[in-house]
Design a protein around this ligand. Structure first.
Ligand code: PMP
Length: 290
């Protein structure tokens, strides 16, 4: 595997960053998880846009242009002969001193890793997930806005630990007001009647790229798409529930906190969206081998 670091490619063993990089010392940096399907990078421009928005929010100057960043991702895929896989794009604050001051870090580092991913076993996509609400709430906007996809994922990791310790693969995270925000690495959706609902960004959800694609597909299917504040009660009484994310794609949820959702199996709207999403990923995206 060839890993891109600041314009050069390194083998897996030689791909290293400094122990003084503030990405490591403080989780000071931003990242993206991107997917390649059938020789194309899916929704690449949107991922790069979000990376730049995250960087702007933390006053991090990405040393590449939008276009150069897209090229770095596509080139890394090509070098690794990737057709289907997962790309991790990271921008760290760079090398600084043993103190918080980010202005001591003179040059941010850009890293691109093109690899594979399988978030959940295939069986879970067929059966649907059993998830639980966990005690750790989503970060406050006023502290660390959940819209920033930063290298500081401890909030999500704590919730993930609580889910796994509770015997589940994923966690529903509430915000400090008790409304549903999202899961640890995925956005959450429910359907009720002809409506598709997902928490608004103001509830503490990430502006998920898959979330956006699914909302567009659902509108095309004639569903009304809304972003209301949702409570656990709304989840328990939904017809269908599913999660979305670049890594997870669309995964059905059939149980939440011991309550069976709908008929206890992946519902028709979910299954239709899964098929449509799959079809879309096969034909759309930035070509790796033009
Ligand atoms: N929420 C969180 C916290 C995430 O980390 C992610 C990405 N894994 C998502 C939602 C889904 O976003 P996307 O569809 O852009 O991958």
């Amino acid at each position: 595997m060839k890993i891109y670091i600041d314009g050069k490619y390194y083998g897996e063993k030689d791909a290293k960053i400094s122990v003084f990089d503030h990405g490591l010392l403080y989780g000071d940096g931003v990242f993206e998880g991107i997917r390649a399907y059938n020789g194309r990078v899916f929704r690449l421009a949107e991922h790069i846009d979000r990376l730049f928005y995250s960087a702007k929010a933390i006053l991090l100057d990405i040393p590449l242009s939008h276009g150069d960043m897209m090229r770095a991702v596509v080139d890394t895929c090509r070098r690794n002969k990737l057709r289907d896989g997962y790309i991790r794009l990271i921008v760290t604050r760079g090398i600084g001193s043993l103190g918080l001051n980010p202005y001591r870090c003179k040059k941010p580092s850009v890293i691109v890793i093109a690899d594979k991913i399988q978030l959940y076993p295939v069986e879970m996509y067929k059966r649907g997930l059993d998830i639980i609400t966990v005690p750790t709430t989503r970060n406050l906007h006023s502290a660390l806005n959940p819209a920033i996809k930063s290298l500081n994922y401890l909030n999500n990791i704590l919730a993930k630990i609580e889910a796994i310790n509770g015997g589940c693969e994923e966690a529903v995270m509430l915000n400090s007001e008790g409304f549903v925000a999202e899961c640890t690495g995925d956005n959450l959706f429910i359907t009720k009647g002809g409506q598709l609902m997902t928490p608004p960004l103001s509830a503490g959800a990430l502006y998920g790229i898959t979330r956006g694609v699914v909302m567009d597909l659902a509108r095309d299917n004639g569903l009304t798409v809304t972003e209301p504040n949702l409570t656990r009660y709304d989840l328990f009484n939904a017809d269908e529930c599913f999660l979305t994310g670049t890594g997870a794609e669309i995964i059905p949820v059939v149980k939440i906190d011991g309550r069976v959702i709908g008929k206890g199996k992946p519902g028709p709207n979910t299954l239709r969206l899964v098929e449509q999403y799959k079809a879309l990923t096969k034909v759309s995206g930035e070509p790796i081998y033009p």
